[in-house]
Write a protein that binds this ligand. Structure first.
Ligand code: TNX
Length: 584
């Protein structure tokens, strides 16, 4: 297995380090020839009623046939991420019907959550589900209430909720609208998967009686999308946000610049987008978001309680910017645009004042467009920058971010610099325990910089599932579904305490993934597992999780999500007919 070098700890010169990208080129070529093992022809086509002859494999996976309704699968056996507490209640549950109301007691954000879930349920059930404001809980209603802290378990905090299903009503109580929202996502998973359909489906729409109290283990539960190596449209990004919310992820880290392209409009620097955005890996046309488009992603995310964190990678991963503006290069000469998949060859000019004026412009504009507290300035794989220059650079970078009212998020290598202790460091090196490389995590913790755990050998969704996976890379290992679930964000690196960890993130790098359909194939089923690492108590084991995970595939099928039917899971549903990935 070829492990990625960590720039902070790898003493070898760049030329002696493993060149992992070359292997991936072959994977791209293979991806063009081989088809993924599962997936409907058109992402987004919701065909809940598809019928084909069913068959059951020895392991229990059900292939083809009608998509199961999961009736009789109890709440404790179907929810991902697992709630903090689920108590099955004996007796009848609740049944949505033509006259069911959605009653809300709370401010504007609570009303928005009520409207959102009513809208989703209307489409598939065909019921009118009128939204009404009520301070008491009517019968035959889904009731959403903002409650004072004293009326809820102490751990509920800002994102937790209590969900009680009884024959007369479903009540979701929370301290804040975010908690109500997460409660409605649990509700989705308690209903038959057909509720995800864009077309009206036959009922019944029944829920088992249950009492759930729930809150997240970590505050930061992220997904990272690389929209550079292959550009993703605004609609694709929004669809990915939808996928995140079903699993209670709340941070979208958008990797917006790299060697192969610059993807966000920056006023005063037009060539970044008129020239630097015109490429991607291979021969594709690239693309970028105008500031208005970026804002529309931010708003779409915010409505779903997801905070966007934009990343402008620096000082390395900057060839697109260097190609667009000769003055950003130490020698004043622009390199050509780049469409390959090597890393670590580019660097902003550490000693030129223009570098910091450029970054100040970019940071100022992104800070204005981004309501969340964090801006990510990268800091990974700076192989052509000396260690001293790298440290100097990061120490100039953080004050720029702070001056514009934000906190610095960086890859964990940034912890080699002296940091203010207000930011976050994202740990990605696959090293475990106390192996070389883990000091990026311990150095961050020592400085009071919170850790976001994204170890590549567990959380990188672009790693292949098996040698035969037709896309993806393998420099951090071959990562089957159980491998990506089997770790703990606190104990992965020794010397780290629970309070050092802000949360987890699942990055998807897109060197070998050409569109969202490919991204889905790598994210499902692993993304829900990383989400569970971020949300659920540490006690869950793979053997218990895999049976809950098995109940998710019928839902993905209805949603038109492309997914990998891993043989490690006895799926409730799996397609038999592999189909070609849709051409972009
Ligand atoms: C490493 S992880 C990178 C990315 C690549 C990824 C591919 C990190 C901080 N840098 O530039 O896209 O590997 O798996």
């Amino acid at each position: 297995m070829l492990l990625s070098p960590c720039p902070g700890s790898d003493p070898r010169p760049a030329s002696a380090r493993p060149r992992r990208r070359t292997a991936a080129v072959a994977a791209v070529a293979a991806a063009a020839l081989t088809l993924p093992a599962a997936g409907p022809a058109v992402a987004g086509a919701r065909s809940a009623g598809t019928r084909a002859p069913a068959a059951t494999a020895a392991g229990g996976t059900r292939f083809g046939g009608a998509i199961p309704r999961l009736q009789g699968v109890s709440p404790a056996h179907r929810l991902v991420p697992a709630p903090a507490s689920v108590k099955d209640v004996s007796g009848a549950g609740f049944r949505f019907g033509r006259r069911t109301l959605v009653a809300v007691d709370g401010g504007a954000h609570a009303v928005q959550v009520a409207r959102g879930i009513a809208h989703e349920l209307r489409t598939s059930t065909g019921f009118s589900l009128r939204v009404v404001k009520r301070s008491h809980a009517p019968r035959n209603a889904l009731v959403l209430r903002i409650r004072p802290a004293s009326k809820l378990p102490a751990a509920t905090a800002a994102e937790g909720y209590r969900l009680v299903v009884s024959p007369t009503r479903v009540v979701i109580d929370a301290r804040a609208a975010a908690g109500l929202f997460h409660g409605t996502q649990t509700l989705r998973q308690l209903l038959p998967p057909q509720v995800e359909s864009h077309r009206r489906q036959p009922g019944p729409w029944k829920l088992a009686a249950v009492r759930i109290t729930d809150h997240p283990r970590f505050r930061y539960r992220g997904a990272m999308l690389d929209v550079v190596r292959h550009f993703m449209t605004v609609a694709e990004v929004k669809r990915y946000i939808d996928h995140m919310t079903l699993y209670k992820l709340n941070r979208l880290h958008l990797h917006l610049s790299d060697d192969q392209g610059w993807r966000i409009q920056i006023k005063g620097w037009p060539r970044l987008t008129s020239y630097g955005a015109t490429t991607e890996v291979g021969n594709g046309p690239g693309g970028y978001y105008t500031q208005a488009q970026y804002s529309s992603i931010v708003r779409y995310a915010a409505k779903r309680f997801v905070t966007v964190i934009p990343e402008i990678d620096s000082p390395a991963h900057t060839n697109a910017a260097l190609a667009s503006y000769p003055k950003l290069n130490c020698n004043g000469q622009a390199p050509p645009l780049y469409t390959g998949i090597e890393v670590g060859f580019s660097s902003l000019c550490i000693s030129k004042p223009i570098t910091y004026r450029f970054l100040d412009d970019v940071v100022r504009q992104l800070a204005r467009l981004t309501p969340g507290p964090y801006l990510d300035l990268g800091g990974d794989e700076a192989h052509s920058t000396s260690h001293a220059d790298y440290v100097r650079f990061v120490q100039r970078l953080e004050p720029i971010v702070r001056r514009h009212g934000k906190r610095l998020l960086g890859w964990a290598e940034t912890s080699a610099a002296h940091l203010s202790g207000t930011g976050l460091a994202e740990y990605w090196n696959p090293a475990t325990g106390s192996a070389a490389g883990t000091e990026t995590a311990t150095n961050a913790a020592k400085q009071g910089v919170g850790l976001v755990m994204a170890p590549a050998s567990k959380a990188y969704l672009d790693m292949k599932y098996t040698e035969l996976t037709p896309m993806g890379q393998s420099w951090a290992g071959i990562v089957e579904v159980s491998d990506s679930y089997d770790w703990d964000p606190v104990t992965f690196v020794s010397g780290i305490k629970e309070s050092d960890v802000n949360g987890v993130e699942a990055p998807v790098w897109t060197e070998t993934l050409k569109d969202l359909r490919d991204v889905e194939y790598m994210a499902f089923p692993r993304l829900p597992g990383v989400a569970e690492k971020g949300w659920s108590p540490a006690r869950h084991s793979w053997s218990e999780y895999r049976s809950r995970l098995a109940t998710q595939s019928p839902r993905w099928e209805v949603m038109g999500v492309n997914y990998y039917c891993s043989p490690q899971v006895d799926w409730r549903y799996c397609r038999t007919n592999p189909t070609a990935p849709a051409a972009k």
